[in-house]
Ligand binder design. Structure first.
Ligand code: IUR
Length: 273
């Protein structure tokens, strides 16, 4: 057990000095093993998760989970709160009156099996070491560190039970990492960690020089997501959702090529499926 002031000093040391790939792998593994690991093996189908490093107006998960599920992918999605200036999917979903994000680990697989996707909060005991470090990073100016971001994202994804994972690495003025080469390095680090742990992983580096879509703010973003699922959303949000969903379909082995996956996803969106 570490005191907050010692953990904060460690975080700042990592921000200033960095960590190599081996150190980052150790930190990720220790964080993933700090709590429960969800087992979804009894649910039929390939489970493909998605994670974004965060941006302004990034409501993609709300569109993507049902979109990929409508194409046969099983989408387990444990989402997080806002971090720094970026919003969190949970905060957005909670703007729907009565929406319950805190499902139990009994309810979660049941809904996933029935519906094909389920968005919930990370349960108390998923990567609790990340929860503690994430909260400290938020208030100690230690968010913008490539190894800390990689370890944070991957520790949760490894504990969440998916077989494959699509990562949306945001780069630009509104992202935590502005430069494209930093985004690329982060993507490569996360892909290497995931593959090293036996998962199929793909990462897309996407633009965050401007907010995604037209709306920013929890309830407005939910409304825009629903509009997008009905086929009337802003083009930037629609095309990113289609691209990420296509990669999920492809990683799930449900399509012969990425192009075929894109067509399948587009059709699902435009047919209303
Ligand atoms: N999302 C995470 O889960 N962790 C991080 O460190 C960042 C985004 I930045």
């Amino acid at each position: 057990s570490w005191e907050d002031y010692q953990s904060s000093a460690l975080l700042m040391a990592i921000v200033l000095k960095g960590m190599d790939a081996v150190e980052t792998g150790w930190l990720t593994d220790a964080m993933a093993r700090s709590g429960d690991r969800v087992i979804l093996d009894h649910i039929p189908g390939i489970k493909v998760g998605k994670h974004s490093t965060g941006g302004v107006g990034d409501k993609v998960s709300i569109v993507l989970a049902p979109l990929a599920a409508s194409c046969g992918v099983v989408v387990p999605k444990m989402s997080g709160r806002g971090l720094g200036h970026t919003g969190g999917t949970l905060d957005k979903l909670e703007s729907i009156p009565g929406f319950r994000i805190a499902l139990s680990l009994d309810e979660y697989p049941k809904i996933l099996g029935e519906v094909g996707c389920c968005l919930i909060s990370q349960t108390e005991n998923i990567a609790p070491a990340d929860k503690k470090l994430y909260a400290l990073r938020d208030v100690t100016a230690t968010i913008e560190s490539l190894p800390l971001i990689a370890a944070s994202v991957m520790s949760k994804k490894l504990a969440e039970g998916s077989t494959a994972l699509v990562l949306d690495v945001k780069c630009g003025d509104g992202a935590f990492l502005q430069a494209r080469d930093e985004g690329k390095a982060l993507a490569e680090t996360m892909v290497a960690i995931g593959r090293g742990m036996g998962k199929k992983v793909a990462a897309l580096i996407t633009d965050m020089d401007q907010p995604l879509g037209r709306n920013s703010g929890n309830a407005l973003e939910v409304a825009e997501s629903i509009e997008t699922l009905k086929g009337g959303g802003p083009k930037a949000l629609e095309s990113l959702s289609i691209e990420l969903a296509a990669w999920m379909v492809q990683l799930a082995g449900l399509s012969a090529s990425l192009d075929a996956a894109r067509s399948r996803v587009r059709e699902a969106l435009h047919s209303g499926a």
